[in-house]
Design a protein around this ligand. Structure first.
Ligand SMILES: NC(=O)c1ccc[n+]([C@@H]2O[C@H](COP(=O)([O-])OP(=O)(O)OC[C@H]3O[C@@H](n4cnc5c(N)ncnc54)[C@H](OP(=O)(O)O)[C@@H]3O)[C@@H](O)[C@H]2O)c1
Length: 299
């Protein structure tokens, strides 16, 4: 097998996938907007034909959770109809399609980590379009693997860790939601999990048992408040350390409702592929260091 096509190359996961694929010496090509745009189906088809891939990893998505509430058409194209088109292209030439979805397909009311067998119940447009994308892909592509992840951050792009660190440069008091539980996932850890699965497919070929949905987040759990505390604990002493006040979801109204507890049970990916993402805390320090360096004020 050769020639992985990575979509969404300008995003957090797309970036991490490229870096790791290069490090592992894997043949790959990367596409991003404007050349590859789910809102322009002809660009998707042209990129696919141009790459002639033997496997596709879709890291492209409409990820603006709040903006999705007022842009349902763009969210649908980015998370449902666009990925479906990609799945159809993969199915037509019988190659594996690895797609990424979200914990926001759940409403967060279970009170325990969700398994892949739990019913979905998204509470917003983003989660609903991602769920519709999952269902459409599974109805289309025989060789589909869908990884649901959560709370993705990286030393790149837009994410909670970067927002916290940059806010601390401007203010010494931060208010952070403490009543939403989940698990931060470092983009490089998710990229490694995906490329480990690719390695298994390359070595042993596709097996029908692989098809389906898998949960893939960092290990452990926290709240956004706990995540913020850990971010500043990982920052060097000379970096501003704000006081962090825990608040409730009701104190911080947003256009989209978020699940109160979207922890994901990640046993299935460990059982089928032997893949386990590291504890979320262990991946945080190098990313915090890189973000601080990247956004440091330049003279
Ligand atoms: N970020 C999270 O916290 C989180 C949580 C759970 C699940 N996920 C899922 O994880 C995956 C990777 O997320 P990420 O954090 O890497 O996202 P990201 O940093 O926001 O990157 C998204 C990528 O998709 C591209 N994109 C957006 N709309 C597109 C469209 N219409 N056509 C083609 N490309 C488009 C973006 O391009 P531009 O740079 O041009 O915008 C960017 O390359 C996604 O499937 C996401 O739903 C993310």
């Amino acid at each position: 097998m050769s020639g992985i096509l990575i979509t969404g190359g300008s995003g957090q996961l797309g970036n991490a996938l490229q870096a790791l694929a290069a490090m592992r010496g894997l043949p790959f090509s990367v596409v991003s907007r404007p050349d590859f745009d789910f809102e322009k189906p002809q660009t998707v088809a042209a990129c696919f034909v141009g790459a002639l891939p033997s496997l596709v990893i879709n890291a492209a998505a409409y990820t603006a959770v709040d903006a999705a509430e007022s842009n349902p058409a763009a969210a649908k194209a980015g998370n449902h109809t666009g990925p479906l088109q990609l799945a159809e292209l993969c199915a037509a030439v019988d190659i594996p399609f690895i797609h990424v979805s979200t914990d926001y397909v759940f409403d967060g009311s279970k009170g325990q980590p969700y398994t892949e067998d739990d019913a979905t119940a998204p509470s917003g447009v983003y989660g609903r379009t991602k769920r519709d994308g999952e269902e459409a892909i599974l109805a289309t592509a025989a060789k589909a693997i869908i990884l649901r992840t959560a709370w993705v951050y990286a030393a790149y792009g837009r994410n909670f860790a970067r927002t916290m660190l940059n806010a601390a440069r401007k203010t010494n008091v931060l208010r952070v939601v403490a009543d939403q539980r989940g698990t931060p996932t470092a983009a490089p850890d998710l990229a490694a999990a995906i490329l480990d699965i690719v390695k298994i497919l390359q070595a042993g070929g596709w097996k029908p048992a692989y098809r389906g949905i898998y949960h893939a987040t960092g290990s452990g759990e926290t709240s956004w408040y706990g995540f913020a505390k850990a971010i500043f604990a990982a920052a060097p002493p000379e970096f501003p350390h704000p006081s962090i006040t825990p608040i409730t979801t009701a104190d911080w109204p947003t256009p989209a409702r978020r699940p109160a507890d979207s922890r994901l049970d990640c046993c299935k990916i460990a059982k089928i592929f032997g893949v386990r993402l590291p504890d979320w805390r262990s991946s945080l320090p190098p990313i915090v260091a890189a973000l601080i360096e990247m956004d440091a004020p330049r003279p």
